[in-house]
Design a protein. Structure first.
Lengths: 367, 378, 367, 378
């Protein structure tokens, strides 16, 4: 087993989520009925035997700290290793398109300095997949690469700002583009490199630390041996509202669901204590993921229903994502809608969104 | 450490043989109830909700699952340095090992443990009833009376009184008479098996009970009658909420079916007097294109492709396409395969109802399949 | 027992600590050999049966989050109540002299809104004492006061910016001054008020939320019934370098020590796993507090030695505070010095400070 | 859950009667050692440092303090959902209770527990030695040989070999002969009581041992000889570091005195292969104006107003003014009052040496005062 340390960029903001990320980083966006996006990289690391994980946290850290705490649920509340909070820089992240800003790592350099791991796994938060980083590390070591970028063959990644890789037959990454033209290898915001090289990057680029690590890698493709690791499992992309909606719907595909939530590499999240979901005799539910603590009296189709949601009699919820503790009153209809937490949909309200541009109901909003 | 006003001792050592195959591999308090709970959750949650932060859990029969479930008590906010949950199995000493010979003996063998907290009062609980109770109100009543012992009682129908320990009390609720399962009950005030003792008194009484060879070392049969004979201050505390036995297959089944009505008497959705439990992390349950769920409680991790009516599905249950589950309780990890039928049944943890099989009870008798067992078609 | 919720202002900075608080809030300043200042208010709350505690955290939150985590050691990692992280506002706190800025509470208003407690206990971090807030709450309720301010009779509180109270015979606070002239009742940065009144303050002063809560209280002394609670135990003041030094030295008084670290109300801190302190045969130590993990080969007098400090042969440490993992090499002499964590004092180095102006050795500094 | 490659079973049920009064109230693994540790810390820390995250701790004799100390294993990073520490006391079943009859029987009774992790190999440990060992190196050796059983061995002086189980091995380290405490040892390779078994094999061997009425259910006396008789692949793994028995008063005392030298063979200050423990929170220790401390290990919470030389003071120990403590071990909460003398002695937890009293051992014999006892002057 390779000994690795991890870094998760959980600080970046996005303006492609509108009010969904007004008061939270992308990392703490609720997803999949009971998770937050950060649960996926965290669980991937822990399930791959990585128990020293640095979490780059945003200025708006409350939601993520509330959720992750000291990492207890992920077995990261430890005496040796464990979870390290790495506060990210504060300057206008929203305007910057980067996810792996060098300055965030620079600022937390002691985390890298004080460790004795050879390899560092770095992951973003807005792509959803279940991976064994041990496999990646083995290929990385076997290939002798300086850096191994993880990618998925797809030209429909849906994201607004993806990186597509040209990968040669020997696995080497020869070029990168920001559109799938000529290449359908979508970079998954996850890569492995040696700790030494990362420390070198920090010294070399200290003066231009506003750069993104991936930009630095692309810039150095000719000097470095950058290899690609092809991931063949499911990758969901939650990089914008439309992507988030599509990716949520994909969870209703039993095969995707089974692959993402496989019992041998479980996605771990904060434990909440809710009673089982209660279905009333009149409930009508099909093709849906429903979480504990819900009370379902109405109709639900093709939807993801989070913990503690109440759907009253004769209410209809279709092609929707309804987050925690929202109440949908009787005779209202929601189609192609994303409801944030604690929203209230009054009786008889009808919201019809477009599948590609769902209607958003903000946190605590009363409609 | 501050002296404890009151600590609780929870009797969880019994096999619960009246639950049949459900307790083949675990003690009764560890049996799953209401989808995501185990029977012991109700007593532990009552303790926490009553401000009692120190609980000794007396285990004996197959305690492995119970021990793993309770852990440090974190799930019930009971992992506190100044108290918390302690699992108290019978111990081996210089003179050999000694199993608990009865409820009173179980407490007797743990006198040192109790003394280490130097409590004023000790609350004795047994873990096989479904109820929500604020023990602090009972403790206040006990203290107000300066009682040596206070027994929580509930009015039961006269025709059922003979199944309980029943007591007669004067106008101050001081108990004048106590009869364990009398054939001709003189009262319909039944003991709920919940006692608060002054610890000094209990320690003395247990010691003399221990030395009495004729005693069966039981609270109901020996300790309480002895205290009444000696004219101790024994009071009855009247409780009037929901209180149901879950110690037999029928009562276990009926109490759970009671959770399914629209406004159940025992409400697990209530925010005050919450019921806490220690749960695994499963994804939300999935109801497929062919799934139907009505009038049921469903836990996380389930996959439902068939029809589920008036039933309770614990975590990680699978119901295949074309299967029917009606008026049944499916324990964690149970599988009902394609086209199978499960009616008025309890299906144990990890048990499997094979393709097309029919596992059905009748009005008279609930069908029960033990943990890990398999029922095949034909 | 009164049911109360707590708020700890752990975000304020201070410029009277020089480099000691360069990268940390006052709340996470190491103190007393193994504690941080925030341990005292946290332990006071928990020991008084307050298990719902909001911690107002600073922009530089790493040190405090590392230390406090989810409050596990204080039994605040709970399903009901527990510790709530309340991120404080970011604007130039260093220049502001306030500790209880209304805007920090305003920003975290849901913490107050969603609770059902009657009383709120609010405490700062830079005064050190062991109190039972239940006693205060009982006096507060019995007196019928709107607010009860806790004070200690002393005109030598040492702090640079104390508030002194005029307390009438009936216990009412009639005036407040920023010097002990005419009053020697030093406000201890701790008070109790009803949650309702605090919420009212928030609404009344929303527009001027840069104000400090204590200023608002003083401004309203004539409209409100503000009562004083006299604390008769030990109060140490760690409000500046000189105060910190004096207060540290006071811990060497066995009576002070016994009172502050009483077993029935223990001061709780993060658990670290160090071996016992090891004294070599040549060690010479008197009148000192020494923590686990130290290796003492030289001479220590009238000093506080934190965890993992090494004092080599023939080194002399006198009237000093030496923080975690500092190494003091042979034949060096330290008198009236405060060494921050991970400092290195080279062989033969001699530092003689003044008792009222001790020499500071910064974190990781190599002297 | 992933299949476990190797889980550890730690035998912690023995009384440790050779430690005399120190084990009057607790099992040997719970005895305090080196100031802030308990004996079990060394084995548990070895497990964690070797990457073993699943440990069954077999308890029997007075386990209360041990149980409370281990808790969920959090102190050793062993509170992981996919494994962790499990306390395995003898259990009561439908057919009554059954105490552990020997080391092999203790494992036999927990076959179900081990099976639930489906391990390839099982590491058996006993908790009464002081050593640091990377079990993963031993496991690699075991796997390389395709061994059924690998026994960790250490070279001991020939004159002491008769106190151990000794074995002869061929050039590949395959064991050809094993003798438990032979009067005329043919080898000086002593068993350290550390075994790695292929689980499939061990399960079979334990079952046949269980059915053998003549067996004492002991690994050294029964299981290993039986495997050798049947020509199983049994190998010896040579360990060459520090390894000391702490199971008698003398060895317990000497091993601790060994920690006091400037460069001890067993180093608790080392950062790799750290020793973890579960500690309470005490303030730093205080050395008063009249205090003297030389050549000693001192824990938090102590107050030292007298003279302490070549001694180990556990947490919360008090040494009054004018008192002398020399070449002694003071367990947690011990009090040495004004003017008392303690020399070559072990003072139990919470024990008190009264004002002016003298509690001194000699060169031949260490003086030992039991937990909570009191020694008065005159």
């Amino acid at each position: 087993m390779k000994r690795m340390m991890g870094i998760i960029a959980a600080n970046y903001q996005s303006d492609s989520f509108a009010q969904l990320t007004k008061d939270r980083p992308v990392a703490s966006l609720p997803f999949g009925g009971r998770y937050r996006l950060v649960d996926f990289p965290l669980s991937n690391m822990v399930n791959s035997g990585i128990f020293t994980v640095g979490l780059i946290t945003p200025y708006m850290y409350r939601s993520i700290m509330d959720h992750v705490g000291v990492g207890k649920e992920w077995a990261l509340s430890r005496k040796v290793g464990g979870m390290f909070i790495l506060p990210g820089s504060i300057y206008g992240l929203k305007n910057v398109q980067g996810k792996f800003l060098l300055r965030d790592i620079l600022r937390n350099r002691p985390y890298l300095d004080r460790s004795n791991f050879d390899l560092v796994v770095i992951s973003g938060c807005s792509k959803v997949f279940n991976i064994d980083f041990q496999d990646v590390a083995e290929q990385h070591t076997a290939s002798g690469a300086d850096i191994t970028l993880i990618y998925k063959k797809t030209d429909a990644a849906c994201g607004t700002k993806e990186l597509y890789l040209d990968v040669a037959e020997n696995g080497e990454v020869t070029a990168a583009h920001d559109a799938p033209i000529g290449a359908d290898n979508c970079f998954m915001d996850a890569f492995i490199m040696s700790r030494d090289l990362l420390l070198k990057f920090i010294s070399w680029y200290e003066e231009t630390s506003y750069l993104d690590l991936t930009d630095i890698i692309v810039e150095n493709l000719s000097h470095l041996y950058v290899s690609g690791y092809e991931f063949t499992g499911y990758m969901g992309n939650a990089d914008s509202v439309a992507c988030y909606m599509r990716c949520s719907q994909e969870l209703l595909n039993p095969e995707v669901n089974r692959e993402l939530f496989r019992p041998d590499r479980p996605i771990i999240t904060k434990i909440q204590d809710s009673p089982p979901a209660k279905y009333w005799p009149a409930a009508s539910v099909r093709n849906a993921l429903v979480s504990s603590g819900c009370i379902i009296k109405g109709t639900v189709e093709n939807s993801i229903i989070f913990r503690g949601v109440t759907i009253e009699e004769h209410a209809v919820v279709r092609n929707a994502v309804v987050m925690q503790n929202t109440v949908i009153h009787r005779e209202s209809i929601l189609e192609n809608v994303i409801c944030d937490k604690y929203a209230v949909i009054r009786p008889g309200v009808k919201l019809f969104g477009n599948p590609d541009a769902p209607i958003l109901v903000g946190k605590g909003q009363d409609v | 450490m501050r002296k404890k006003e009151c600590l609780a001792m929870l009797l969880a050592g019994g096999q619960g043989s009246r639950l049949g195959v459900l307790t083949k591999k675990k003690a009764k308090p560890a049996v799953v109830f209401g989808g995501k709970y185990r029977i012991i959750d109700f007593s532990l949650s009552n303790c926490v909700n009553s401000g009692i932060d120190t609980v000794g859990v007396l285990t004996q029969y197959k305690p492995l699952i119970l021990n793993a479930y309770i852990g440090t008590g974190e799930a019930w906010d009971l992992d506190v340095a100044s108290g918390g949950v302690h699992l108290l199995a019978p111990a081996y000493t210089e003179t050999g090992g000694s199993w608990y010979k009865g409820t009173a003996d179980a407490i007797y063998q743990n006198i040192d443990f109790i003394d280490s907290y130097d409590p004023e009062h000790v609350l004795i609980l047994s873990g096989d009833h479904l109820y929500k109770m604020d023990y602090s109100a009972m403790l206040a009543f006990h203290k107000k009376n300066g009682a040596d012992l206070t027994i929580s009682v509930i009015e039961v129908p006269w025709e059922e009184a003979g199944r309980f320990g029943v007591m007669s009390a004067d106008e101050n609720m001081r108990i004048t008479e106590f009869a364990e399962k009398p054939s001709k009950p003189k009262s319909n005030l039944a003991s709920m098996g919940i006692y608060i003792f002054k610890w000094d008194m209990l320690r003395r009484v247990l010691t003399s009970d221990h030395n009495d060879d004729a005693s069966e070392k039981d609270f109901g049969k020996d300790v309480i009658p002895a205290m009444l004979r000696r004219k101790r201050q024994v009071f009855a505390y009247r409780f009037s909420g929901y209180w149901k036995d879950v110690g037999t297959i029928d009562s276990y089944y009926e109490a759970q079916m009671g959770l399914l009505v629209e406004e159940p008497d025992f409400n697990i959705f209530e925010r005050d007097m919450r019921v806490f439990s220690n749960s695994n992390i499963y994804p939300p349950h999935y109801i497929g294109l062919t799934g139907v769920v009505k009038g049921s409680l469903i836990c996380n991790g389930c996959t439902i492709l068939g029809e589920v009516r008036r039933s309770i599905l614990s975590s990680d249950v699978y119901v295949g396409a074309g299967a029917l589950v009606d008026a049944s309780i499916l324990l964690p990890g149970a599988r009902v395969e394609e086209g199978a039928q499960v009616v008025r049944a309890i299906v144990g943890e990890g048990a499997v109802i094979g393709k097309g099989a029919c596992f059905c009870g009748g009005t008279a008798k609930i069908a029960v399949l033990g943990d890990g067992e398999r029922c095949q078609a034909g």
